[in-house]
Design a protein around this ligand. Structure first.
Ligand SMILES: [Zn+2]
Length: 218
């Protein structure tokens, strides 16, 4: 194992493989096995034995593989771009009335504990030049929910991506979520939800527009 004091920029540049840099990034990270196997299912298997379980028992034999597939899906937002999701779904705006899409279900992973947080996103916008097919709002939410996240950042990212694509008069996103890292670990009581919002354009500058949206969520 390489002591952390050897961590210099040059050294990191020279040693680019995960196998080598893993020790530099975190001195207490264990060595990979003699075959240098650092595949995700292998790491999950190490995690399970680290928790004191027997990875060879029947119920657990395929678990590392399943966890890998599941995690790849739950973080598939990294592989998806907003551009490809919105491709062909933007249309010319005909009016400038507020559009509200409520209760878009989402599931995300808290980046501090890698435990789920989940709930609903509500999106409103006042079109200027373009409108978006309604089903696409849920797709955009998934692009940012399927990552390791904090709820505040996810909410802002959804808002900023939609503002960039739609160039609206204004746009607002409110998310409400339950966090398993709080619920399961008993820091907060069951049933508590966290609400975050991101207001852009007239939703930020005009209190009445903002209130109209927030009232519609009641
Ligand atoms: Zn957490």
């Amino acid at each position: 194992m390489t002591p952390a004091s050897h961590l210099t920029t040059d050294r990191v540049n020279q040693e680019t493989s995960l196998r080598d840099t893993a020790h530099l990034i975190h001195p207490s990270m264990p060595d990979f096995d003699e075959f240098g196997d650092c595949s995700l299912d292998h790491l999950v298997s190490r995690l399970i034995s680290g928790l004191g379980e027997d990875v060879t028992r029947e119920g657990l034999v395929k678990t590392p593989e399943r966890v890998e597939r599941s995690l790849r899906f739950l973080t598939s937002g990294y592989e998806t771009s907003v551009e490809e999701v919105l491709n062909g779904a933007l249309f010319e705006a005909e009016g400038s009335e507020m559009v509200v899409v409520k209760s878009i279900e989402f599931y995300s992973l808290c980046e501090h504990h890698m435990l789920p947080f989940f709930g609903h996103a509500h999106i409103a916008y006042i079109p200027s030049k373009k409108i978006l097919g309604l089903s696409k709002f849920a797709r955009v939410v998934d692009v940012f929910a399927r990552r390791m996240q904090v709820q505040e950042r996810m909410t802002s990212q959804i808002a900023d991506a939609l503002v960039e694509a739609l160039e609206p008069e204004g746009l607002a996103v409110v998310t409400e979520a339950s966090h398993l890292c709080m619920m399961m670990r008993g820091v907060e009581k069951q049933g508590s939800t966290t609400r975050t919002s991101a207001m852009r354009g007239v939703f930020k500058s005009d209190a009445r527009t903002r209130q109209e949206f927030l009232d519609s969520l009641r």
